[in-house]
Design a protein around this ligand. Structure first.
Ligand code: ADP
Ligand code: MG
Length: 238
């Protein structure tokens, strides 16, 4: 069974169809990248899955459960944005604890989750610092840590590296991939960067004007692009 399933899912803003009805299944533990030019609907599609936007049509299922109208916070998904969205007045530890405290989790269990996650992400030595005392890459790791402690069903990343310089981007990219292996968690990752998509994805979903042009492994897209758009966008020889 697909872990995340979109069934005729669509989105209309005013009289503009941003996402025509589309179907997509994502398996448990998959690393799926949504790639496409700016304005192709990547963020909108991710926000529909996250529940930050309501669908205009169709259904969304998580592990067979229809969550189409389930509020964002009850979907068991964690969203990591490009802006780090950390609370500036809280330490790293407090930032990570906050969502768990809101969920009513016990103090001891919160501390244990934070220690474990900090260890995995190698941010233990930053736990008592505030965001302003961290580099961009460290802040991004904390933002990912804050998502991990909630033990989500899946992680949704929207261009999480676009605020980082080239060197940090490639090291953080490797960290996210390592994390994917360690956690075995489903991850959906949005980027407009073909190279990022090709190097990170188990499967790539190519979007163009909200429409899925092709879904396939990086190798499939490279060797057998479905059309000219995919061929040109991925940069495969024709
Ligand atoms: P991407 O993330 O691929 O750059 P988006 O999903 O942000 O694309 O946007 C897809 C299209 O939907 C764009 O044309 C954008 O202008 C439009 N759009 C996104 N959000 C809204 C909104 N809240 N209201 C109206 N139009 C929107
Ligand atoms: Mg976007």
């Amino acid at each position: 069974m697909a872990q995340i399933k979109l069934d005729g899912t669509s989105k209309v803003f005013g009289d503009i169809t941003v996402i025509p009805p589309l179907d997509l299944e994502i398996g448990k533990g998959e690393f799926v990248v949504f790639v496409g030019p700016s304005g192709s609907g990547k963020s909108t599609l991710l926000r529909l899955i996250a529940g930050l936007e309501q669908v205009s049509g169709g259904r969304i299922y998580i592990e067979g459960r229809d969550i189409t109208t389930t509020p964002c916070g009850d979907r068991g998904l964690a969203m990591v944005f490009q802006s780090y969205a950390l609370y500036p007045h809280m330490t790293v530890r407090q930032n990570m604890a906050f969502p768990l405290e809101m969920a009513g989790e016990a103090k001891a269990s919160i501390n244990r989750s934070i220690e474990e996650t900090a260890h995995v992400l190698d941010i233990t030595r930053f736990l008592d610092r505030r965001p302003a005392q961290l580099s961009g890459g460290q802040r991004q790791r904390v933002a990912i840590g804050r998502a991990i402690v909630r033990n989500p069903t899946a992680f949704l990343f929207d261009e999480p590296l676009s605020n980082l310089d080239a060197a940090l981007r490639s090291s953080t990219r490797l960290e996210i991939m390592k994390l994917h292996q360690q956690l075995g968690a489903t991850m959906i990752y949005v980027t407009h960067d073909q190279v990022e998509a090709m190097t990170m994805a188990d499967r790539i979903v190519v979007l163009n004007h909200g429409k899925i042009e092709q879904v396939g492994t990086p190798q499939e897209l490279y060797e057998r692009p479905a059309n000219l758009f995919v061929a040109e966008f991925i940069g495969a020889p024709r």
